[in-house]
Design a protein around this ligand. Structure first.
Ligand SMILES: Nc1ncnc2c1ncn2[C@@H]1O[C@H](COP(=O)(O)OP(=O)(O)OP(=O)(O)O)[C@@H](O)[C@H]1O
Ligand SMILES: [Mg+2]
Length: 247
């Protein structure tokens, strides 16, 4: 169940209420989010669309505890994150959120295996346990045979799949993806999307993804549009397809 009118019940995994985010630039306030509501249940795959500057990244950053709202609340699995101290929030983020960005953000001097192992170095897992987790997720993303390659020895699509492996290795509550296919060709984008779909269908992950690409958004179960600071449901994006692919 995905709702944008604030009517979701206690069963929502993610519950956002009356969220405002105002930045100030040169003394001028910029109201980005204005009274935004959102409910997402476990196992949902939601795509966020909207024009550049509409606040999509701002929303993901708030949901992932990377930024704090001006007003309103965000509750995830019963924890209200909007009032946590920054050290508590850091701990919460490590436990609950897997981030996947447009730029892969892999560490170039580490192999695929070492990049994926990184988040686990902060846990109490033994080396053998870490190895088991890393090998499992690298095989989920189809890169078991590339684990000792460095990022520069991988294609863009493979790098993004390593990023996904790194995001899921600590078994987070949900995944936040900001234009995960933005830098990929159509075929690699399709592979990344197939993988995200599989994570939802087979591994019951909850995925919230920002995209500009209507074909990518169509792979999610629900598409929400960010307009004038709030989310709007069920908008057709045939107009965007016509505008983008017209010439
Ligand atoms: N740290 C900041 N300080 C001031 N203004 C900011 C800051 N971060 C974002 N903004 C402004 O907030 C608005 C929303 O930005 P945001 O990055 O969320 O948009 P977006 O929908 O992700 O856009 P895009 O599709 O281009 O990535 C923009 O007007 C942006 O200039
Ligand atoms: Mg953005």
């Amino acid at each position: 169940m995905v709702k944008v009118d604030g009517s979701g019940g206690q069963s929502s995994l993610i519950q956002v209420r009356d969220l405002d985010k105002t930045y100030s630039r040169g003394g001028q306030p910029i109201d980005v989010l204005q009274g935004l509501n959102l409910d997402v249940s476990q196992g949902e795959f939601v795509a966020f669309m909207g024009p550049s500057g509409s606040g999509k990244t701002t929303l993901l950053n708030l949901l992932g505890g990377l930024d704090v709202p001006t007003r309103g609340s965000i509750t995830v699995a019963g924890d209200e994150i909007t009032h946590m101290s920054s050290s508590k929030l850091t701990e919460w983020r490590a436990r609950h959120v897997g981030f996947i960005f447009q730029m892969y953000n892999l560490i170039p001097v580490l192999t695929a295996y070492q990049n994926v192992e990184l988040p686990l170095l902060l846990t109490k897992l033994s080396k053998a346990e870490r190895r088991a987790h890393v090998e499992t997720v690298l095989s989920i993303v189809g890169l078991a045979d590339r684990m000792h390659h460095f990022p520069r020895q991988l294609s863009g699509g493979q790098e993004q799949r390593v990023t996904i492996a790194r995001a899921i290795v600590s078994d987070p509550t949900f995944l936040l993806c900001d234009e995960p296919t933005g830098d990929l060709d159509r075929k690699s984008a399709d592979e990344v999307m197939a993988l995200l779909e599989e994570l939802v269908a087979t591994h019951h992950k909850t995925v919230l993804m920002v995209t500009h690409d209507p074909l990518v958004a169509a792979r999610a179960q629900t598409t929400l549009h960010l307009e004038k600071g709030v989310l709007v449901e069920g908008k057709k994006y045939s107009g965007e397809i016509a505008a983008g692919g017209g010439a």
